[in-house]
Write a protein that binds this ligand. Structure first.
Ligand code: G1P
Length: 291
C-alpha cells in the first residue's frame, strides 16, 4: 500500500526564462491549470493522500495555490460563479499537502533525499512536478500495481528517439512481461555511445525507502548534481528493480518547445478549446499567406 508521494518542484527552470524568473516552472499554466495541479491530481487519483512538495526559492506561489483563498472565494460566491468557486475550493481539500524547501539546487537526488523524515520506512511514490501525463489509468497507479506484484522499486519508462536519449535517465532492461523489464543498468543522461537503450525514465517512480541510504552516499554526477538515477543505480546490485513502460503519454515543461506542445495537446483534449486551436491556426496561416 503506497500512502505517500513526493513531488520535487525545486528546479531552476532556466530554459523557460523569463516566465520562470519569479515563479517555479511547475506553476506554469497548461491553459487554465498550473502543471503541478495535474501532478497532485494524479497522486490523489492513485489513492495517495499525503503529498510532500519539495520547493525551491520561489515556493510561495505553489503554497498559495493549494491554500484556501477566502477573499477570492467570497468574491466568487457574491458573483454567483459556482464553477470557478468549486474548482478552487476542491484543490486543497483533496490531499494533505506538506512542504519542505531545498536549500540549494543540488539536484533531483538531493531533493528526494529531503523527504526521508516524511516518508519513514514505507515505499513511496515520486512524481516529477514538471511532467504531466495523459493516461487511461493514472501512471502512478500503474506503478503501484507493479509494486504490489513485485515488491520492488518500480520506475516508469517510455521509448524516446535515440537522438533524444541524452536528455534522460536511461534504463537497460530484460523484458519480463508485455510492459515490464528487469532493470540491468541505469545511466543518467548518457553521452553518445554510452548506452544502446532508448527506454527513458519518465518522471514517475515507486521506491522503497532504501533509496535514502543510497542517496546519502551518492556524489554529484551529471551537471554536478546529485542524481536520483545514480543512487538507484548503486542499489541495483543488491536490490533488483522493475521498469514499467507507461500506458499513456508524458508531456514535459523542460523547454519552451515542449511547453508549447503540452499546452496545445491539453487544449486539444478539451472539446471547448480544440475548435479554438484549429480556427486560430487556420486564420493565422491565412493571414501569413500560407495554405
Ligand atoms: C530528470 C531525471 C531523468 C528523467 C527526467 C524525466 O531529469 O534525472 O532521469 O529521465 O527527469 O523528465 P531532468 O529533466 O530533471 O534533467
Amino acid at each position: 500500500m503506497i500512502r505517500k508521494a513526493v513531488i520535487p518542484a525545486a528546479g531552476a527552470g532556466t530554459r523557460l526564462l523569463p516566465a520562470t524568473k519569479a515563479q517555479p516552472k511547475e506553476m506554469l499554466p497548461i491553459l487554465d491549470t498550473p502543471a503541478i495541479q495535474y501532478v497532485v491530481q494524479e497522486a490523489v487519483d492513485s489513492g495517495i493522500q499525503d503529498i510532500l512538495i519539495v520547493t525551491g526559492r520561489e515556493k510561495r506561489a505553489i503554497e498559495d495555490h493549494f491554500d484556501r483563498n477566502h477573499e477570492l472565494e467570497s468574491h466568487l460566491a457574491r458573483r454567483g460563479e459556482e464553477d470557478a468557486l468549486g474548482s478552487i475550493r476542491e484543490l486543497g481539500e483533496s490531499a494533505r499537502i506538506h512542504y519542505i524547501r531545498q536549500p540549494t539546487q543540488a539536484g533531483l537526488g538531493d531533493a528526494v533525499g529531503l523527504a526521508r523524515a516524511f516518508v519513514g520506512d514505507e515505499p513511496f511514490a515520486v512524481l516529477l512536478g514538471d511532467s504531466v501525463m495523459d493516461a487511461p489509468v493514472p501512471v502512478t497507479m500503474q506503478l503501484m500495481e507493479a509494486y504490489e506484484q513485485h515488491r520492488r522499486s518500480v520506475i516508469a519508462v517510455e521509448s524516446v528517439r535515440p537522438d533524444q536519449a541524452g536528455r534522460y535517465g536511461i534504463v537497460e532492461g530484460t523484458p519480463m512481461g508485455p510492459r515490464e523489464f528487469a532493470i540491468d543498468r541505469l545511466v543518467e543522461k548518457p553521452r553518445p555511445g554510452e548506452s544502446d537503450s532508448n527506454l527513458a525514465i519518465a518522471g514517475r517512480y515507486v521506491l522503497t525507502s532504501d533509496v535514502f541510504d543510497a542517496l546519502r552516499t551518492t556524489r554529484p554526477g551529471r551537471n554536478e548534481e546529485v542524481q536520483l538515477t545514480d543512487a538507484l543505480a548503486s542499489m541495483l546490485g543488491h536490490l533488483p528493480m522493475v521498469a514499467v513502460a507507461i500506458e499513456g503519454k508524458r508531456f514535459d515543461l523542460g523547454n519552451k518547445q515542449d511547453y508549447l506542445r503540452t499546452v496545445l495537446a491539453f487544449a486539444l483534449m478539451r472539446e471547448e478549446y480544440a475548435e479554438v486551436v484549429w480556427e486560430a491556426v487556420a486564420s493565422l496561416r491565412a493571414e501569413k499567406g500560407e495554405s
